[in-house]
Design a protein around this ligand. Structure first.
Ligand SMILES: *[C@@H]1O[C@H](CO)[C@@H](O)[C@H](O)[C@H]1NC(C)=O
Ligand SMILES: *[C@@H]1O[C@H](CO)[C@@H](O)[C@H](O)[C@H]1NC(C)=O
Ligand SMILES: *[C@@H]1O[C@H](CO)[C@@H](O)[C@H](O)[C@H]1NC(C)=O
Ligand SMILES: *[C@@H]1O[C@H](CO)[C@@H](O)[C@H](O)[C@H]1NC(C)=O
Ligand SMILES: *[C@@H]1O[C@H](CO)[C@@H](O)[C@H](O)[C@H]1NC(C)=O
Ligand SMILES: [Zn+2]
Length: 946
């Protein structure tokens, strides 16, 4: 799966500058993971007392017993859904089907265990394959909690390798929950240009929802081949993993149907099955004589929105085929853009599915960051065709083998097809820095857990987090840099070749790597995969002493962990060197000693997943180097120095003034990477101080630093032209957002001017600047401006355009407008339900809206907590976001009071989010008390010099 819901990069950047706390959302992810475990661990039902003295009972764990091995399925599904509803026809969400699974028995058993959920099973027949003997069924039971489908037999099956067939006939309903088989809808201009509704069926089996479609051995190692037939309404099309074999009309129950039969799939895991029935259109092309199609709503295809995806898919496949030395394993590939999809995308073998925003690209309307996202997600899903689909993890505890690889490899794929994007450098900003923040909390978890720790569906789903995706990818990138990319890929080719059409675990990967390097890769890598967190390397450059310890934001006693750390470094002579640090230390190594007034820089290009701390003298020399000639320090390390320093200051390794000093050289910096690192880190300072006397001097300092950058992009900004480089476009957004929000009037005037032009009929604001320019114009504007933007919001037909406006509307400083906007979130005709929570969050991020939003969610709590049918994700998230800025005793009191009120109402799950918010507020109070004066003095000092 591609991770999570995507916020447009430009939007995210714009919001980040205003407020987004570096820590906020991440904490919630971890707590959610634990919350889900705590909440949903199913109670195992008592084993039924056998009526005959047959040894039976549920398996001792939530894993299928190992006595039966599935080999093939014959699956027939009949989907009743209409894609259009003529006249008064009622929609029909029923599906029914039958399945025959052929399996081998390798251990004596009286019972067959497989999975089924939310299905009504009508017939169960078990047959011995050779003798055609019907094995009587004593009874069968669907265990709702464990999802086990238990079939108790009248006769014991012998574990002699004989084959059996299990036939089941079942019924189910398409539920609007985006899992298993589900319905979705969109509108399209029909006759007389009237908008008409269209319906479709889509699927999402990962992680454990194939069992909601048909009874099956729903575990990733239980691979089998599938013959699938879909029976659907006339004038609709069915697509599945394998190529369509034949289509024929059948008549059943007096109705005409189409029976689409698909070729046999390769041997694969159940979570990769996919089906869709729709009236989509496609763009298609050939790759290596295999048909590749991009499917979407007919209007989207006609408007050319699938063209970009089409143009890059074949290129990415070719790159992977060359790199992996293995052809794309199927004989066709369908990629589908769906109006409703829970994840970003899903790698179903031969039939990948995407949110529309992850596959469709609208030239000149979408921004280049939207394009980048499309490329990244496609490259991610295509990488899965090998990593995940061809070679699958033995069990979900090693999910990172699939997601970490797809995440890492996708950057190489995009880099190959769009070399000007410098996407490999973006990896550090987008994957490493965010996850390092999360991984420095006590609530983090190791990359690779033991099988027994991951059993329930929610434990499995909980693993789809940034540790698995980002840290998994970061650790692979570190290994690749350590071994050298050539050797790394040599090892990967071995791994793919050896385990194709099979399952592997983490150890198998290290074995393959060892075979190519003859080094103990496993002992190096397990320190990263099996231990939680990561180290900070402490270096004293006067003595050459070097030591490591776990980096924790909240420092306590050192837990004593130890890593094998691949180190790269250079000194002021610019000679790059390598080392492998195995000791916990401190040990003395002359290599890390610095003489005269030179400096030492460790972790070149951030290839290592760790932070580095130096003695103060070396820090000062590095900062000095930045200020005199920053370009001799590699670009990524300029960002690293900032990010490390701020995090080290938060964990009290270094003084906060030292961290702030790393931003002084930015006055001469034009590159995105260091600026973005600074923006992300300064954001916390803005949140903590934008209501205090620190804010004035701080704004003055930031204004001073950013004005040269603003001027650097001014020609582009004034002429509304787009810088060629992607990173320049992003940094232009930073420049404008920072300049405008820190009171650089030239910037606000520019935003207002462009916005007024739009009001007068011409909008020439480039797509990537829209969020920040709209926002700043509305912040500086009046009621009239707000109403204009609201009108545009109501008229917008594109989701991306709507999102931009919905965000910008939250930027006004006029209190009554913010209040009215909050009220709008209660009215689904004004703000769609799915957008209500994020709108409230936007308002809370505006310093003028903070208190209003907090009052609002407390007053409207009942409504808000039911917005998502009581789904805990967004409700926990809203508390997290709205209280982000809390840093006073009074706010702490209010939080505690709110928790007590909710406790009385028994609103369980949210108390966790509140506890988290309380803990964070306490930490904020402490931090503000400790640093406020120092920070204030520092900003005053900096602004007086100039
Ligand atoms: C699947 O289809 C193929 C080709 O029609 C056939 O040879 C094979 O026996 C079928 N497998 C099952 C399990 O029905
Ligand atoms: C819908 O109703 C109209 C008018 O009653 C009729 O002419 C048309 O044939 C109907 N369409 C279908 C598909 O039944
Ligand atoms: C299974 O379903 C298919 C499709 O509906 C049907 O043609 C077939 O007769 C069914 N098989 C049995 C044994 O009911
Ligand atoms: C580094 O070593 C010197 C010499 O022993 C010592 O004076 C200094 O305090 C050390 N610095 C740090 C940060 O440990
Ligand atoms: C940090 O440095 C400032 C002055 O540079 C000093 O006033 C402050 O006490 C230091 N803070 C800590 C925690 O040492
Ligand atoms: Zn994925």
């Amino acid at each position: 799966m591609a991770k999570g819901v995507y916020i447009s990069k430009t939007l995210a950047i714009a919001t980040v500058v205003l407020t987004l706390s570096a820590l906020g959302g991440i904490i919630v992810m971890v707590t959610l993971y634990q919350m889900q475990i705590a909440r949903n661990r199913p109670v195992r039902p008592p084993s039924p007392v056998p009526t005959t003295p047959i040894p039976t009972g549920l398996p001792p764990t939530l894993r299928l017993p190992e006595n039966l091995i599935p080999e093939s399925y014959e699956l027939n599904l009949k989907l009743h859904l209409y894609t259009r509803l003529p006249n008064a026809t009622e929609q029909d969400y029923l599906f029914e089907g039958n399945s025959t699974v052929r399996f081998k028995c390798v251990k004596d058993t009286w019972t067959i265990f497989l999975h089924a959920l939310d299905l009504s099973v009508e017939t169960v027949i078990v047959t011995q394959e050779n003798t055609r003997e019907n094995i009587g069924v004593e009874r069968y039971t669907l265990h709702n909690d464990s999802n086990f489908f238990e079939i108790l037999l009248k006769k014991q099956l012998k574990g002699n390798g004989d084959y059996y067939e299990l036939f089941t006939k079942f019924k189910g309903e398409l539920l609007d929950d985006l899992t298993g088989l589900y319905p979705s809808q969109y509108t399209e201009k029909g006759h007389d240009d009237k908008e008409e509704k269209r319906f479709l069926v889509a699927s999402q089996m990962q992680a454990t929802d194939a069992r909601k479609v048909f009874p099956c051995f729903d575990e990733p190692a239980m691979k089998a081949v599938f013959n699938i037939t879909i029976i659907h309404r006339p004038n609709t099309r069915a697509i599945s993993n394998a190529k369509l074999d034949n289509e024929r009309y059948v008549e059943e129950e007096g109705n005409k149907w189409i029976a689409s039969t698909f070729a046999t799939t390769p041997i694969m895991s159940t979570y990769l099955l996919a089906v869709t029935v729709n009236e989509f259109m496609n763009e298609h092309d050939e790759h290596d004589k295999k048909e590749i199609s991009i499917w979407a709503r007919p209007e989207a295809v006609a408007a050319g929105h699938a063209t970009y995806a089409m143009s890059i898919t074949g290129k990415i496949l070719s790159f992977y085929e060359k790199k992996f030395n293995l052809k794309y394993p199927l004989n066709k590939l369908d990629q589908v853009a769906l109006p409703d999809f829970s994840a970003g995308a899903m790698e179903n073998w031969g039939l990948t599915m995407y949110r529309e925003s992850a596959l469709l690209y609208k030239e000149s309307v979408s921004s280049s960051s939207d394009k980048e996202w499309v490329a990244i997600v496609i490259a991610h899903e295509l990488a899965h065709q090998w990593f995940g689909n061809l070679v699958t993890m033995k069990w979900w505890n090693n999910l990172w083998l699939s997601e970490g690889f797809a995440t890492y490899i996708s950057y190489l794929g995009v880099d190959d097809i769009e070399p000007t994007w410098n996407i490999r450098d973006m990896f550090v900003l987008k994957e490493i820095q965010p996850v390092m923040e999360l991984d420095s909390l006590n609530a983090s978890h190791p990359l690779s857990l033991s099988e027994s720790e991951i059993e329930t569906a929610s434990e499995i789903l909980g693993l789809f987090d940034s540790i698995t995706y980002n840290k998994g990818a970061a650790v692979l990138r570190m290994l690749s840099a350590y071994m050298g990319e050539e050797k790394f890929f040599e090892g990967l080719r071995k791994y793919l070749e050896r385990y194709k059409y099979k399952n592997a675990d983490t150890k198998d990967l290290w074995t393959c790597m060892k075979e190519v390097t003859h080094e103990e890769i496993e002992s190096i890598m397990t320190s990263w995969t099996e231990q939680v967190g990561y180290p900070v390397i402490n270096i004293n450059t006067t003595t050459g002493e070097i030591a490591q310890e776990q980096f924790l934001l909240k420092r306590g006693k050192d837990p004593g962990l130890e890593w094998q750390v691949p180190i790269t470094y250079m000194k002021s002579d610019f000679v790059q060197k390598k080392d492998l640090l195995k000791d916990k230390g401190p040990v003395r190594k002359p290599a890390y000693e610095v003489t005269d007034d030179g400096w030492l820089l460790v972790n070149l290009n951030c290839n290592g997943y760790y932070r580095v701390n130096y003695d103060e003298q070396n820090w000062n020399r590095l900062i000095n180097q930045l200020e005199t000639n920053h370009e001799v320090i590699p670009l990524i390390n300029r960002g690293q120095l900032i990010d490390d320093a701020f995090n080290l200051a938060r964990a009290k390794y270094i003084n906060v003034t030292l961290a702030l000093s790393t931003t002084k050289y930015l006055i001469n910096e034009t590159e995105y990477f260091p600026w973005e690192s600074a923006v992300n880190n300064l954001d916390y300072f803005i949140l903590m101080f934008d209501r205090s006397e620190v804010y004035g001097p701080m704004q003055k300092y930031l204004r001073m630093q950013v004005v040269p950058l603003y001027n650097y992009f001014q020609e582009y900004t004034d002429n509304a032209t787009v810088p060629r480089n992607l990173t320049d476009q992003y940094n232009q957004i930073n420049a404008i957002s920072l300049a405008c929000s820190n009171g650089f009037t030239e910037c606000t005037d520019m935003a207002t001017k462009l916005f007024n032009e739009w009001k007068n009929g011409t909008n020439r604001i480039p797509a990537h600047l829209k969020p920040t320019i709209y926002c700043n114009a509305i912040a500086a504007g009046n009621e009239d401006d707000w109403d204009f933007a609201w009108k545009k919001y109501e008229e917008a037909t594109l989701a991306t355009e709507q999102d931009v406006l919905r965000y910008a509307l939250s930027c006004t400083k006029i209190i009554w407008l913010l209040n009215r906007y909050l009220e709008y979130t209660l009215d689904p005709n004004k703000i769609k339900k799915m957008d209500a929570v994020s709108t409230i969050n936007y308002i809370a991020r505006n310093v003028a809206g903070q208190a209003l939003a907090w009052d609002f969610i407390r007053a409207q709590w009942t409504y808000i907590s039911h917005l998502y049918g009581g789904g805990i994700i967004s409700v926990g998230g809203i508390i997290d976001d709205v209280t982000e800025r809390f840093s006073t005793d009074f706010e702490l009191q209010q939080l505690k009071q709110f928790r007590n009120e909710l406790d009385e109402d028994g609103l369980g799950p949210t108390t966790r989010a509140l506890d988290q918010a309380i803990e964070r507020t306490e930490a904020n109070i402490k931090w503000v008390k400790e640093t406020k004066q120092t920070v204030l003095n520092w900003f005053i000092e900096q602004t007086q010099i100039h």
